[in-house]
Design a protein around this ligand. Structure first.
Ligand code: ZN
Length: 495
C-alpha cells in the first residue's frame, strides 16, 4: 500500500492538473516546455529613459523640428481622412486603391515636399518618415479595434500646436560620446545651423559597451520636461535548466512570497505601502486646491504641487519594484522563475464580495497594473542573467490547501489560512507552495514519465512542509512564514 505521503502527492498531482480548464492547461504546458528548449541567441532589447535639460535655444530648435513633424502628420492624416470620406460608402472592391494613401506612398513624397517647402529640410529625415510610419501604425490599430467590435475606438486625430511631437532618431541620427548624446538636425538650414542638440545624460547607465538602436525624444505635456528614450541591445548569458525552480506569488500585503524547489525554503517580502504615507498629503492638497477658483494662481500652485507629489509617489513605487525584482533574480539559485499568468487571474465569489471592504487595498495594487509592471521587471532582469521567467495559471492557488488539497473559498482578509488537516500557513506562502506543486506536476506531465511525476512532487512536499515547520519552531515570525498552530509544529504530522 502507498504511504499517506505518497497518496497525498498523487492527489495533489491530480487536482492541480485536472482542475485547470483546457486552455489554461495548454498555455501552462507550452510555458513549461520552454524550459527544455535551448534559448535562441538573441540579444536582449532594453529601453532606458533619460531626463535631459535643453537650454532655451535648444528648446527653440526642438520645437521647430517637432512642429515640422506635426505638420507632416497633419497633412498626411488629412489625406487619409479625405480618401476615406470619398471611399467609405463604396464596397471594398470598388474603392480607389490606386490613390489610397499609405506609408509607402506618403514617404515617397517627402523629397518633393522638401524641395517645395525647405523647412522640412531642417529635420533629420528619419524623424519625418517615422512620423508617417507611426500614423500608419495608429490607423491599423484603429481598424483592428473596430473590426473586433470596439465602437469606442477613435481614428488618429490631429495634434494641437501645444503638443511636442515625439521624434525618433536612428542609424546616423545620433552620436553618443561618453555621457553626452547629440541628435542630428539642420536648423535653420544645413549651412547656418549653430545650435547643437547635445545633451548630458545623467544617471548611472553608460552606453559605451552597448549597441544603441534608436533614440526617441519626447516631452511630458504636464510637466514640460524633456526625456530621451534609448533603445539598446545587450548580450545575455544563455539559459539552461539547472533543475532548481522558484515560484513567486505576487500579492498585496506580502508583495512577494517565494518558494524554491530544491530546499522548500520560502521568503516573503512585505509590500512597501508608499501610498499610506503620501495619500493623506495628496488628499489634503486636493481639497485645498478644489477650494480655490479653478485655474486661479493659487489653484495652479496647489495643482503643481499635486503633480510633483504624485510623481514622487510613483517613483518610489517603481524604485521599490526595481529593487525587489533585482534582489530576487540575483539571489535565487533557480534558473527558472515561475509566476502567475496575470491574464487568467480569476477571483472567487467571496473575494469579489470582499473587494468592497478591501477597496483601497485592491486599488493600490491591481488597478494601475503594478503587478504587470513588476512581472515585466522580473522578466527582463532574469533574462539579463541568463534566467527565465515563465507564467502559469494561478487558478485556485489561494483556495487549495497546499498540504491536503482540500478546496475552500477564503476571504481576502484572511491572511493566515487554516485547514481542517491542521495546516496553518501565511496565505501568500501557501499560494506559492501550491503553485510550485502545480508547476512540478506540469513539468512531470510534460516529461511523461510516471516515476518522475511522483518523485518531483513528493520530494518537494517533504522539503516544503519540513522547512515550514522548522521555521515556526525557531521564532514566531521573523520572516513572515512561520505562523503555525502547535498542531503543525511537529514535523511528523506530515510524514
Ligand atoms: Zn489541508
Amino acid at each position: 500500500m502507498l504511504s499517506k505521503e505518497h497518496q497525498l502527492a498523487k492527489k495533489a498531482y491530480k487536482i492541480l492538473i485536472a482542475d485547470l480548464p483546457k486552455n489554461e492547461l495548454g498555455k501552462a504546458l507550452e510555458q513549461v516546455k520552454q524550459i527544455t528548449r535551448p534559448s535562441k541567441k538573441k540579444p536582449l532589447q532594453l529601453t532606458s529613459k533619460v531626463k535631459i535639460h535643453p537650454t532655451e535655444e535648444q528648446k527653440e530648435v526642438l520645437w521647430a523640428l517637432a512642429e515640422n513633424c506635426r505638420l507632416i502628420h497633419y497633412f498626411a492624416n488629412k489625406e487619409r481622412k479625405e480618401w476615406w470620406e470619398k471611399n467609405k460608402h463604396l464596397p471594398k472592391k470598388k474603392r480607389d486603391k490606386e490613390n489610397k494613401p499609405t506609408y509607402k506612398k506618403q514617404s515617397k513624397q517627402l523629397p518633393k515636399l522638401k524641395e517645395l517647402y525647405p523647412r522640412y529640410q531642417q529635420n533629420y529625415s528619419k524623424t519625418l518618415q517615422d512620423t508617417l510610419k507611426q500614423l500608419e501604425a495608429d490607423n491599423k490599430s484603429f481598424f483592428a479595434l473596430r473590426v473586433n467590435g470596439d465602437e469606442d475606438a477613435k481614428p488618429p486625430g490631429f495634434k494641437g500646436k501645444k503638443y511636442f511631437t515625439t521624434m525618433h532618431f536612428n542609424q546616423s541620427g545620433f552620436k553618443i560620446k561618453g555621457a553626452t548624446i547629440t541628435l542630428s538636425h539642420f536648423y535653420p538650414t544645413r549651412e547656418t545651423k549653430e545650435i547643437d542638440l547635445t545633451f548630458e545624460m545623467q544617471g548611472k547607465l553608460t552606453f559605451a559597451d552597448k549597441e544603441v538602436k534608436q533614440v526617441t525624444i519626447y516631452q511630458l505635456h504636464k510637466t514640460k520636461e524633456f526625456y530621451l528614450s534609448i533603445i539598446y541591445e545587450e548580450n545575455t548569458p544563455e539559459y539552461y535548466d539547472n533543475g532548481i525552480y522558484q515560484t513567486i506569488d505576487l500579492g498585496v500585503i506580502n508583495f512577494v512570497a517565494a518558494v524554491n524547489s530544491h530546499e522548500g525554503k520560502t521568503i516573503t517580502i512585505k509590500n512597501k505601502r508608499v501610498d499610506k504615507y503620501w495619500q493623506p498629503k495628496i488628499e489634503e492638497l486636493m481639497s485645498k486646491r478644489d477650494y480655490c477658483k479653478k485655474y486661479s494662481n493659487r489653484w495652479r500652485w496647489y495643482n503643481n504641487k499635486l503633480t510633483k507629489i504624485s510623481k514622487k509617489q510613483a517613483n518610489q513605487r517603481k524604485d521599490f519594484q526595481h529593487k525587489i525584482s533585482k534582489k530576487i533574480v540575483e539571489n535565487t539559485k533557480a534558473n527558472t522563475i515561475i509566476i502567475g499568468d496575470l491574464n487568467v487571474k480569476e477571483m472567487s465569489k467571496s473575494e469579489k464580495k470582499d473587494r468592497k471592504n478591501d477597496k483601497s487595498r485592491h486599488r493600490s495594487m491591481q488597478s494601475s497594473g503594478l503587478l504587470g509592471r513588476f512581472a515585466g521587471f522580473l522578466t527582463y532582469k532574469a533574462k539579463k542573467m541568463g534566467k527565465k521567467v515563465i507564467r502559469i495559471s494561478e487558478r485556485d492557488t489561494t483556495k487549495l490547501c497546499p498540504y491536503c488539497m482540500n478546496k475552500e473559498n477564503r476571504a481576502l482578509s484572511e491572511r493566515i489560512i487554516s485547514c481542517d488537516c491542521g495546516l496553518e500557513m501565511d496565505r501568500d506562502t501557501s499560494s506559492a507552495g501550491t503553485q510550485m506543486q502545480r508547476f512540478l506536476a506540469l513539468l512531470a506531465l510534460s516529461r511523461k514519465r510516471l516515476v518522475i511525476r511522483q518523485r518531483l512532487l513528493k520530494d518537494f512536499r517533504e522539503k516544503f512542509f519540513a522547512t515550514h515547520s522548522q521555521t515556526s519552531n525557531e521564532s514566531s515570525s521573523s520572516n513572515g512564514v512561520g505562523r503555525t498552530r502547535n498542531k503543525v509544529n511537529d514535523v511528523n504530522q506530515f510524514q
